[in-house]
Design a protein around this ligand. Structure first.
Ligand code: SF4
Length: 267
């Protein structure tokens, strides 16, 4: 990509509405997904602005905001993200006077589909591609769905290294699935599970989604609830590895559809 002094540097938090993404693409902006680490700085730096006991993804947003010299930040604060993001938006606007902070409430309902969530691909690669897909308004390529042997439910974790523990035949559920479908406020899709496959229900520590993750894990016949803060420690990784190794259920059905719905992607 060629850049010039007039190319705008834009940060996004969560999933801004599609209309904004189209506008940013038309303007040729450089987009940074602030939910992911972009700079090697100690996350403790965020503690001047946010409590230590707070979602590590939003603490990462603060570090990125302080480091990337952005022209604008679009931060989704609606039901497709969370109240923690709403308060983080207030703080960003205060501490970054050179950056325009724009809050959005994404309630897009056009389903783009979830081909990556069900494709056969290393999970780390798959979730990286899903997070990248947020920056584009283009439709997805068709990908064949694989027969799943495991499930990952949750948001893209702050520490992607835990994703390398899963088999390539892992289907993705939860908010990450809503992300690929470009419908972040789709509660029915977020609650979709496949009861036939062992599933890890992941949430960031201190996030309200811990409640839903643990609830679904308790209901699931082969579910494991896990929450992590900044990084996934060895004991968490060992727990996931043991769970996946010891869950000797046969491959699940190709269609992830529980609770049943005629078209789980649509509202
Ligand atoms: S993990 Fe939870 S608290 Fe953190 S940004 Fe996402 S929804 Fe908000």
């Amino acid at each position: 990509m060629t850049t010039s002094a007039t190319t705008k540097r834009i940060g996004i938090v969560g999933i801004p509405p599609l209309a904004i993404i189209k506008q940013l693409e038309a303007e040729g902006c450089i987009i940074f997904d602030l939910d992911e680490p972009h700079v090697k700085r100690d996350i403790e730096l965020a503690s001047s602005y946010l409590p230590r006991v707070f979602c590590a993804i939003l603490r990462t947003v603060i570090i990125n905001g302080l480091s990337l010299q952005l022209d604008r930040i679009y931060i989704d604060v609606g039901p497709g993200k969370c109240d923690c993001a709403l308060h983080t938006a207030t703080i960003l606007a205060d501490i970054l006077p050179e950056t325009t902070v724009i809050t959005t409430r994404n309630q897009d309902s056009a389903a783009f589909g979830t081909p990556l969530c069900t494709a056969r691909l290393p999970l780390l690669e798959k979730i990286s591609a899903i997070t990248k897909s947020v920056q584009s308004a283009r439709p997805y390529q068709d990908l064949a769905a694989c027969v799943p042997t495991a499930g990952f439910w949750g948001v893209p974790p702050r520490d992607f290294s835990l994703l390398s523990l899963f088999p390539d035949t892992t289907h993705v559920f939860g908010w990450t699935r809503c992300m690929e479908n470009k419908t972040p406020d789709h509660q029915q899709l977020e609650a979709l599970i496949n009861p036939d496959i062992p599933t890890v229900f992941f949430a960031q520590s201190f996030c309200a989604k811990t409640a839903l993750a643990r609830h679904l894990a308790n209901k699931h016949p082969h579910g494991l609830y896990v929450d992590c803060d900044v990084t996934a420690g060895n004991s968490t990784k060992a727990k996931i590895e043991a769970f996946l190794e010891l869950s000797t259920t046969p491959p699940g059905s190709l269609t992830d559809s529980y609770p049943p719905s005629s078209d789980p992607l649509s509202f």
